[in-house]
Design a protein around this ligand. Structure first.
Ligand code: NAP
Length: 297
């Protein structure tokens, strides 16, 4: 039987590409530190009057203005909502997204080409309007039972839905009885979104008894800091993680780059093998039950 997850409010309006909601930018702030090589922005959108009632783990789509070469409108780009249901100001009329400014390689021209949607969004100013669709997503949601252990695994901007989870749990709900373990992979500490000097929204809950967060830094250059990927951090804590899996009352959430899945699977394959178990069979069962949730691109 599937585990029961939070329910999506039936009253929510869901916008489609043919008639998007026109939201306004309330604020746009950097989440990465000034010296960082990447720029990620926290963009708060005003959705008042839309009838949108989203919950944590859902996404919205943004349609960049202009047309493709074919003359058709641009397709919507999906972003996880980084705010909990009442929004960052508690008014229930805003939605927050995290956007990384992306440049794509053009191998023919040996040049970097600015990504259309990400540069459009990162250049927005307060007051600008944005065509928005959604909210979407019915699976990547928190379990109803707050004694469930949560294993959250993210890289880069994949942290967005987990910031929503954490804010909902500790700010809106107030507590979580199960253990929450966040494993987060980034290049360096300056890019640790919501866990750095620029914005410590997640870090401030590290004092909560049930919550612990672990960072893996892939591009550190000093000898004091260990270099690694998120799956290496997970492997360091394999004993507790495996105990949670064996206890059975858990939900795993993986968000970020597609490539991270393989590394995560390797950790669990090794653990399962040690007990004479077959990881693919176990994982298939967890997926079916809604205990294994993946959102990778
Ligand atoms: P990024 O900065 O390029 O990478 C984040 C970290 O992941 C880096 O430390 C990187 O290491 C590491 N990494 C690279 N390959 C890996 C692998 N195979 N296994 C484990 N770690 C790996 O990430 P990003 O540009 O923010 O991308 C995040 C992804 O999340 C994108 O695909 C995005 O579409 C997706 N996403 C975004 C949202 C959103 O709301 N914005 C929501 C859900 C998912 P090195 O680069 O040093 O190798």
């Amino acid at each position: 039987m599937k585990i029961k997850k939070y329910s999506i409010p039936e009253s929510t309006v869901i916008y489609k590409p043919k008639s998007p909601f026109i939201a306004r930018v309330i604020s746009t702030t950097a989440l990465t530190e000034a010296e960082s090589s990447d720029e990620v922005r926290n963009i708060i959108l005003d959705v008042s009057g839309s009838g949108i009632h989203y919950i944590e783990g859902q996404s919205i789509g943004i349609i960049p203005p202009g047309e493709r070469e074919t003359g058709k409108s641009h397709k919507a780009r999906l972003y996880s909502i980084a705010s909990a249901r009442t929004g960052d100001d508690g008014s229930s009329t805003t939605a927050t997204i995290c956007v990384k400014r992306v440049y794509n390689e053009d191998n023919m021209a040996e040049a970097k080409v600015p990504g259309i949607a990400s540069n459009y969004l990162c250049d927005l100013k307060p007051g600008d309007s944005v065509a928005l669709i959604g909210p979407n997503g019915r699976r990547f949601l928190l379990p109803d039972d707050d004694s469930t252990d949560l294993i959250l695994i993210a890289v880069g901007t994949g942290i967005a839905p987990f910031r929503a989870f954490i804010r909902h749990i500790f700010l809106e709900k107030g507590f979580w009885n199960g253990r929450i373990r966040l494993f987060y992979g980034i290049k360096n500490a300056m890019e640790a979104l919501f866990l750095n000097d620029q914005n410590d929204d997640i870090g401030q809950y590290m004092t909560q008894e049930t919550f612990e967060a672990f960072r893996a830094l892939s591009r550190v250059h000093n000898e004091d800091e260990e270099k690694g990927y998120v799956q290496h951090k997970l492997a360091e804590h394999k004993q507790e993680v495996w105990e949670m899996i064996c206890r059975g009352n858990f939900a795993v959430y993986i968000c970020g780059l597609k490539g991270m899945e393989e590394g995560v699977d390797e950790v669990f394959t090794t653990l399962a093998k040690q007990q004479g178990l077959d990881w693919p069979t176990m994982k298939a069962k967890f997926i079916k039950k809604g205990q294994w949730n993946t959102e990778v691109y």
